[in-house]
Design a protein around this ligand. Structure first.
Ligand code: G6P
Length: 591
């Protein structure tokens, strides 16, 4: 989490450039933000709590600057805790992503040595450490060595950048937490995400663990962090079209990205076959395959487990990313770990993947962001090709994961053409639930539910993971407590919560689950539940029927968008920003 952007080049309105880039990175965190530029021998800092919004900075031109959007970990959301943070002399400033796990003993020793702290953050420890190692060191080599020494004292997965206004350099070092360097006609740049570099750079270089980069007016220097030996950077073309990250006439990224789902599925059915074949081959060769992912990606993975069992008659285990470490003992060098992640940066995915790799397991990734940490760790990456996803809530990347897994399951089963046909049916199916008529029907449901405190979503079989995903979508954007559960579990506890008017969404595709799911709906209705049926066919138990097309085993693809739309409408009716829900971040790079 936390967005990072830095620039060194000819003097420009660096503060404005940094602020504009930070807006693009805000999905990584938006508790507070800050910008620092080097002017006339000192660090000028502007910071504020909250989202960047329309903020304008009135700072002089500068050839060096950096900034940060924060998702608070250590220390409350206050101006003092926002980054950048200066050292005592004001010569250095730091921005940081990660958690310094040993910050308490480090802070204690710095306090004993007389250092004064102005924030509650773990970050401040790092800038004082750099200052302590630097002493009176006057040139860029000293700054680099001091930064490398300080970084080697830190435990955890961190990325730090030090701005030194004496040498006019940005010095960057990292462990797992990503940093990307870019170069373009205006100068050299560094960011936590290549997306922010797109308007400025045509070439990028991913900073690897164990190396330290120094950006100056002369360009980019890359060195081994332990020996300071110079290394030649490897530059690659940056393939992101920065226009793809604009709203393009939509009021919110969430609506834009939901609307792109038909074309995402269409692209997979057309261009995704070869990648799916390669994934199928890896699964076939493996002896024990495991899906892992977090949040929405975990529900796509669970859907995959159902699809593989049903279509390919193959058991693929499913484990939530953060729980994987407690269940990894059975991994061998014949195991295959299939990690799903839109960003490719989720710490709770990266950590188990690294552990699995150490045990000799092969790693396959279903990932949207090329060049991300997961992409670079994986032995094989299946790219989702969903285009940049900017709303904190994942919509089109979820669809892309499920579509790829459906296709892969059919390839494993020897029925590739059936998989492709299903995807084509899903393209039309998803279009039909994105029409204004359908949205209006969902809006009427949202109007009815907008003041409710709780809502339940039920599914069985293939629609069970969809129910979990639907509940997640609704709760994260509308802040209504929403709970998804397997229809059969109703009588094992949840039914105690159903009372007069309780909203109940019921997924009822035309498969073997229909009779049981409808009888569960009857039981909820008998206790006062208000039943919204999401189903190809009407039924007397539904108080409201949201009609979806029957698309066979592609049902998860058409069942998710109505819940996305309901969440979106509820957020708007309740006055919330659907793109940046409170307390969340899109790229969760801390544990
Ligand atoms: C965060 C986001 C979710 C996302 C999850 C996993 O929690 O808010 O929308 O599903 O991370 O993200 P990933 O990038 O790994 O798919």
């Amino acid at each position: 989490m936390c967005g990072i952007f830095g620039y060194v080049g000819r003097p420009v309105d660096a503060a404005d450039m940094v602020l504009t880039a930070l807006r693009r990175l805000e999905y990584r965190g938006y508790d507070s933000w800050g910008v620092c530029i080097g002017v006339n021998g000192h660090c000028e800092i502007a910071k504020s709590v909250g989202k960047i919004g329309d903020a304008v900075l009135d700072l002089p031109d500068s050839g060096i600057g950096f900034g940060h959007t924060r998702w608070a970990t250590h220390g409350g959301v206050t101006r003092e805790n926002a980054h950048p943070i200066r050292d005592a002399s004001g010569r250095l400033a730091i921005i940081h992503n990660g958690i310094i796990e040993n910050f308490r003993p480090l802070k204690a020793s710095l306090l004993t040595a007389g250092y004064h702290f102005v924030s509650e953050t773990d970050t401040e420890v790092a800038v004082h450490l750099v200052a302590r190692y630097l002493g009176d060191g006057a040139d860029a080599v000293h700054v680099r060595r001091a930064t490398a020494s300080a970084f080697s004292d830190l435990r955890g997965l961190n990325a730090i950048i030090i701005l030194d206004q004496v040498t006019q350099t940005l010095t960057a070092v990292k462990k797992v937490s990503p940093l990307v360097i870019g170069r373009g006609p205006g100068g050299v740049f560094i960011a936590s995400d290549a997306l922010a570099l797109a308007p400025h750079c045509s070439e990028v270089c991913y900073l690897e663990d164990g190396y330290i980069a120094q950006l100056s007016e002369a360009g980019v220097g890359l060195y081994r962090a332990d020996t300071d030996a110079p290394v030649t950077p490897t530059w690659e073309r940056l393939l992101i079209d920065h226009r793809a990250v604009e709203l393009g006439g939509y009021p919110h990224f969430m609506l834009k990205e939901m609307s792109e789902q038909p074309e995402v599925i269409e692209r997979i059915s057309r261009d995704g076959i070869e990648q799916a074949r390669q994934l199928a081959a890896l699964i076939r060769e493996s002896y024990g395959a495991f899906f892992l992912g977090c949040g929405t990606a975990s529900y796509a993975a669970l859907t995959g487990a159902y699809l593989f069992s049903r279509i390919a008659r193959r058991h693929v285990n499913f484990v939530v990313g953060s729980e994987f470490m407690y269940q990894e003992h059975f991994l061998t060098n014949r195991s295959l770990v299939i990690a799903l992640s839109q960003s490719g940066e989720t710490a709770d995915v990266i950590e188990p993947v690294l552990a699995a790799k150490q045990r000799g397991a092969r790693i396959a990734a279903l990932v949207n962001v090329r060049g991300s940490t997961l992409d670079r760790i994986a032995d094989f990456s299946l790219y989702l090709n969903a285009g940049p996803e900017q709303c904190v809530l994942s919509t089109k990347a979820y669809t892309a994961k499920v579509a790829n897994l459906l296709l892969t399951a059919h390839i494993l089963n020897g029925s590739e053409h059936v998989g492709r046909d299903l995807l084509w049916r899903a393209v039309d199916g998803v279009r039909s639930v994105l029409t204004p008529n359908f949205s209006n029907a969902v809006l009427a449901v949202a109007e009815r539910f907008k003041h409710q405190r709780s809502l339940f979503v039920v599914g069985r079989g293939l629609s069970y993971p969809t129910a979990l995903e639907a509940a997640l979508k609704i709760k994260e954007v509308s802040y209504i407590h929403a709970e998804g559960f397997a229809g059969g579990e109703l009588k094992h506890g949840v039914i105690a919560l159903i009372e007069e008017g309780t909203p109940c969404l019921v997924y009822s595709p035309l498969d073997e689950t229909r009779a049981d799911i409808l009888s569960g709906a009857m039981e909820m209705k008998a206790r006062g539940g208000f039943i919204v049926g999401i189903s190809p066919e009407e039924d007397a138990v539904f108080d409201v029927h949201l009609p979806i097309p029957d698309v066979g085993d592609a049902a998860p693809l058409v069942m998710a968008p109505p819940a996305q739309m309901l969440g979106y409408q509820l957020a708007l009716l309740r006055g919330y920003d659907p793109d940046k829900p409170r307390n969340l971040a899109k790229s969760v790079t801390v544990k």
